[in-house]
Design a binder for this molecule. Structure first.
Ligand code: IFM
Length: 466
């Protein structure tokens, strides 16, 4: 596909902001783009089920067809190539590769990813595999889901099916995408599949997600025939006190503890943050740790994927002026910085990305970072050809890339950046209403049209080539 040659906005970054070795990419995930939900032996995931719950997903949308990527993969790879990126981050659908979440591999399902990897390599694009981007086989949820310890072992078995097939051609393999979303949104808040509202279960899920990551990483490394880059992707923001008060500082500490340290401390330090363990125990909750688990979870890995969308402030006082809620727990109230917002109503806070990256470098040293997702939904207006002149999204990318460059200046070891997302897709509980793509998708015709931000991204990447 030839992209338009119309001039992009002059939001060019300094010519030396990124070295030629910097890895540029675009990202997607299986359930958000593939469609073909009932083809090739795929069985339902928790998202297929959740989408059928009345009121769970905007407009009753679901991923049955999505972007029909399963049938349009070669054209989509050509589209990726036209952007001039180095790498493509995609996820593998567990219920396609191992229907029902147990038992033998499904050769037809695995063959799709085998073809995708070959197509990418033929086009000079490096595949970056995510093993789990939220599409848990429904039968495993029926057996207890992530709060059930057995799911961690099932995940490691499934990981090996993918690894055995692809390890000869894929260098970078990350286990989980955003385990916070799986645990917190899926099992505590209930706005993501499977839609449970059980805080205790969500804490069990945290531990078993991390255990699954460690088990899978250990088994893949033990079976590798050449060295790979293993990792995990976390969604992270910043948590600052809304005001300089003890209550707000404490609320920010709690938010940071539940959102970031509860994951990164065990992964990198081998223990859960003591202040969080204390707080949980005051609620009568203990992480379900068994002998040897923490060593497995702390299995070394080579890259941390950072998904960043916005930073937040926190207050320890609610709107009624109370410091404790009805449940007796201290208030942790999210306060958005007073900046412009995206169509998700998320604040636009590029300077917080610098803050996060520098903090990760300081608090978790020796860990190369790659931005595996960053991007924004806006209310796009497409012209008759499907073209979107998305100044807002283009500016978002330019400001966030400048923030990445600034973090590099300050010493953070950042090796790459992936735009979220390659194309408009199924945005979970928001259905197809929110568009994150740098490529517009007409869902009636499945026509893909690069937006202005895609042209800008291509030109920006080209600026840093040798
Ligand atoms: O679309 C999601 C993606 O699946 C995970 N990270 C955040 C994106 C935007 O909400």
């Amino acid at each position: 596909m030839n992209l338009p040659t119309a001039p992009s906005p002059t939001l060019l970054l300094p010519g030396d902001a990124f070295p030629p070795t910097f890895e540029w990419g675009v990202a997607t995930s299986s359930y958000q783009i593939e469609g073909a939900a009932k083809e090739g032996g795929r069985t339902p995931s928790i998202w297929d089920t959740f989408c059928r719950v009345p009121g769970a997903v905007h407009n009753g949308d679901h991923g049955d067809v999505a972007c029909d990527h399963y049938h349009r993969m070669p054209q989509d790879v050509a589209l990726i190539k036209s952007l001039g990126v180095d790498s493509y981050r995609f996820s593998v659908a567990w219920p396609r590769v191992q229907p029902h979440g147990r038992g033998p591999v499904n050769p037809e399902g695995l063959a799709f990813y085998d073809r995708l990897v070959d197509e990418l390599l033929t086009n000079g694009i490096k595949p970056w595999v995510t093993l789990y981007h939220w599409d848990l086989p429904q039968e495993l949820e029926d057996a207890g889901g992530w709060p059930n310890r057995d799911t961690a072992y099932r995940f490691a078995d499934y990981a090996m099916m993918v690894f055995d097939k692809l390890q000869d051609r894929v260098e970078t393999i990350t286990t989980l995408n955003e385990p916070w979303c799986s645990a917190w949104l899926g099992y505590h808040v209930g706005v993501h599949a499977p839609g449970r509202k059980d805080f205790r279960a969500s804490i069990d899920a945290v531990h078993h997600l991390l255990l699954g990551h460690g088990l899978a990483t250990q088994r893949m490394r033990a079976a590798e025939t050449t060295p790979h880059r293993y990792g995990i992707t976390l969604n992270m923001g910043t948590a600052d006190p809304a005001e300089d008060t003890d209550a707000d500082r404490d609320a920010a500490r709690r938010a940071d503890g539940m959102g970031l340290r509860l994951y990164l401390d065990p992964l990198r330090k081998g223990y859960y943050p003591p202040d969080m363990v204390d707080e949980l125990s005051q609620q009568g909750i203990a992480l379900p740790i068994q002998d040897g688990d923490m060593e497995i979870i702390a299995e070394p890995f080579e890259v941390l994927g950072v998904n960043f969308y916005f930073g937040q402030d926190f207050s320890g006082v609610d709107e009624q002026g109370r410091t404790h809620g009805d449940d007796g727990q201290p208030v942790v109230r999210q306060v958005f910085p007073g900046t412009a917002r995206t169509a998700m109503d998320w604040p636009i806070t590029p300077e917080r990305l610098t803050q996060l990256l520098v903090r990760l470098h300081r608090d978790y040293p020796g860990l190369p970072l790659v931005i595996t997702e960053n991007g924004a939904a806006f209310d796009d207006t497409a012209d008759e050809q499907g073209y979107v002149a998305d100044d807002d999204r283009t500016t978002y990318f330019a400001e966030h890339l400048a923030a990445v460059a600034e973090a590099r200046n300050q010493g953070a070891d950042i090796r790459g950046y992936f735009a979220w997302s390659l194309m408009d897709n199924f945005e979970w509980a928001y259905g197809y209403d929110k568009r994150f793509g740098i490529v517009h998708v007409d869902y009636d015709t499945q026509k893909r049209t690069p937006k202005q931000s895609a042209v800008w991204y291509r030109d920006t990447i080209a600026q840093y080539r040798d």
